[in-house]
Design a protein around this ligand. Structure first.
Ligand code: KIV
Length: 266
C-alpha cells in the first residue's frame, strides 16, 4: 500500500520540482476511482453544486451539503490528501464563523485541509484558520463565488489587473496558506506567481507552468455537457457509453429479455 499523502509531501513535491496532480470527487465511488488513478490530492469542490446538484453557480451550496460530500469521499479512505471547499458564506461573515466552519469540515467531514476563495480580502481569515492548525489552500484569480462581481466566468489578471493578482498571491502565502489555486489567469502571470512563491501553485486554466493542475472530474470524463471551458481536456467520453447502457437495459426489460434465470432466485 502506498504512503498517505500529507501537507509536507505536497511541499516537498514543489521543492523537488515534481508536478502535483489534483482532481475533484464528491462521493465514495468517484473518490475510489480518482485515488486508484493516483492523484496526489482530491478536491471536494463546491463545483458539486453545478455538476452534481445542477445549479448554475456554486453560490447555493451549503455547509451541510459540503459535509455530506466530504464524508462520502473520506469513506473511500483515499491515499490522496483530501481538501474540502468551504462554500459561499461559510467563511466570509467573520473570523469566528470561519474558524468554526473550517473546524467542522475537519472534525465532522474528515477533510485534511480546506480551500478558501480570495486573496488580500481573505488574508485575515486564512491567517486565523491556519493559526488553529487547519491547513488552508487559497484560491485566487477567477473565483467562482465572486461571479456577480466579475460579471461572469471571465479570465482575471489581464494587463493592469495582473499586479492585483500578484498582491493576492503574496497575501495568501504571507497569511499561511499551504498552497494556492490559480484559476483563469494568463499563463505568463501564473508562471510569474509560481516562480515567486515558495508554496505550491495549482493551476486550472492558468497554463502549464504551475506546480500542479486541478480539473473537475465530470469535465474530464465528458459527463458535464452544459459547460465545456477551453482549459478542459476530455480524457474520456462517458455520456454516450452510459446512455447506451441505459437504453439497452430499457429495451431488454421492455422485451422481457431481462431478468433471465441467471439473474433470478429459485
Ligand atoms: O469547486 C471546484 O471544483 C474548484 C476547482 C474548480 C478549483 O474550486
Amino acid at each position: 500500500m502506498q504512503k498517505k499523502m500529507t501537507i509536507p509531501d505536497i511541499f516537498l513535491m514543489k521543492q523537488e520540482g515534481r508536478r502535483i496532480t489534483m482532481l475533484t470527487a464528491y462521493d465514495f465511488p468517484f473518490a475510489r476511482l480518482v485515488d486508484q488513478g493516483g492523484v496526489d490530492m482530491i478536491l471536494v469542490g463546491d463545483s458539486a453544486g453545478v455538476v452534481v446538484a445542477g445549479h448554475d453557480t456554486t453560490l447555493p451550496v451549503t455547509m451541510d451539503e459540503m459535509l455530506y460530500h466530504t464524508k462520502s469521499v473520506r469513506r473511500a479512505d483515499p491515499r490522496a490528501l483530501v481538501v474540502a471547499d468551504m462554500p459561499f458564506m461559510s467563511y466570509q461573515a467573520g473570523i469566528e464563523d470561519a474558524c468554526r466552519n473550517c473546524g467542522r469540515m475537519i472534525k465532522e467531514g474528515g477533510a485534511e485541509a480546506v480551500k478558501i476563495e480570495g486573496g488580500v480580502n481573505m488574508a485575515s481569515v486564512i491567517r486565523a484558520v491556519s493559526a488553529i492548525d487547519i491547513p488552508v489552500m487559497a484560491h485566487i484569480g477567477l473565483t467562482p463565488q465572486s461571479i456577480h462581481r466579475m460579471g461572469g466566468y471571465k479570465v482575471q489578471g489581464r494587463k493592469d489587473q495582473a499586479e492585483r493578482i500578484m498582491d493576492d498571491a503574496r497575501a495568501v502565502q504571507e497569511a499561511g496558506a499551504f498552497s494556492v489555486v490559480l484559476e483563469g489567469i494568463p499563463a505568463p502571470l501564473a508562471a510569474r506567481i509560481t516562480a515567486e512563491l515558495s508554496i505550491p501553485t495549482i493551476g486550472i486554466g492558468a497554463g502549464p507552468d504551475c506546480d500542479g493542475q486541478v480539473l473537475v472530474i465530470h469535465d474530464i470524463l465528458g459527463l458535464c455537457e452544459k459547460y465545456s471551458p477551453k482549459f478542459v481536456k476530455r480524457y474520456a467520453e462517458l455520456t454516450p457509453i452510459i446512455t447506451e447502457a441505459v437504453k439497452t437495459y430499457v429495451d431488454e426489460v421492455r422485451a422481457g429479455e431481462f431478468p433471465t434465470a441467471e439473474h433470478s432466485f429459485n
